[in-house]
Design a protein around this ligand. Sequence first.
Ligand code: NAP
Length: 328
Amino acid sequence: MKLYRLKPDAPDLLEKKRVAIIGYGNQGRAQALNLRDSGKQIIIGLYPESPSWRRAEEEGFQVLRDGEAVEWADLICILVPDEKQPQIFQEVIKPRLRKGQTILLAHGFSFHFGLLSPPEGVDLIMVAPKGPGQLLREAFTKKMGLPFLVAIGRDFSGEAKPLALSYAQGIGGQGVVIVETTFEEETITDLFGEQVVLCGGVVELVKSAVEVLTEAGFSPENAYFECVYELGLIVDLLSRYGLAGMRERISNLAEYGAYLTGPRIIDKRVRKKMKEVLAEIREGKFANILMKETKKGGGKYLLLREEEKENVLNQTWRRLSPFIKGRA
Ligand SMILES: NC(=O)c1ccc[n+]([C@@H]2O[C@H](COP(=O)([O-])OP(=O)(O)OC[C@H]3O[C@@H](n4cnc5c(N)ncnc54)[C@H](OP(=O)(O)O)[C@@H]3O)[C@@H](O)[C@H]2O)c1
């Protein structure tokens, strides 16, 4: 694995490219704003009824129908939700592609699972920021470095890699850290990390801990501060100072308790389940479930989202948010 920091004087292949950003959501908006501030020529591509259309225009961008944007551009950045990419690509993007253009993705899901594949003569690159769009924008405006995963899917032009690096520089600014990877590795580790740790495992751990405390008669506010608010602080220490550095910055009481109890909670059974989940992701089981659900209209997904809204965490957040807003 290659890991390096881009130099400000690295060659800029974006200079002569016309860039279309398809989608103006989390990543699309942040990447478009960063590219514009880097002096690049860009256009936003959306569908005519898109609620994002007005916002993009209000923020000073020229917006075209996505098909027109594809025809105009040299580099087409597909920043629409992963589950919608195959259909949009097949119906709107692919019929308008020509040799010499490049497709850019911010996540390898669609390509790795064979849901999208550019035709002969069209390059495919991935530039995946390691963070949500809002943080990508904040890191750019504060001139902070952010890690990016970069991968090459197709390289007919021989320029795919320098173009991917120039794009990362354009949306990330100075001091960008690049990790060169493959579509497969990025896709599998990203899905695994999201499901097992970041958005699935940690959230269920927190929900369970808060429920156990409140069912035992402790106040939800106290449970919230302990298990949610402080989680942010500990994760911050972990990422800034490493594991040993985080341990140095907590009390001996907290550290010793962690050694005794942590492995009781995350035990061999949990590791076995992690391995099962990894195998399922690799086999494409999750991808199949997601695509079937999308074809059916996403009803189950919306139901699960609605059900979670009444969780004690959300109720407590609504009460506490006026006091703790501003700490992301
Ligand atoms: N979330 C993150 O921060 C993050 C981090 C790293 C990588 N990524 C990757 O970035 C990509 C985009 O994800 P996201 O979270 O930024 O998506 P998102 O916030 O859900 O944004 C979706 C955008 O796509 C637009 N859209 C929907 N259908 C469209 C169509 N037919 N034509 C043109 N635009 C259309 C939406 O418009 P309307 O809302 O107006 O319908 C919206 O502006 C994904 O590959 C994802 O894995 C995301």
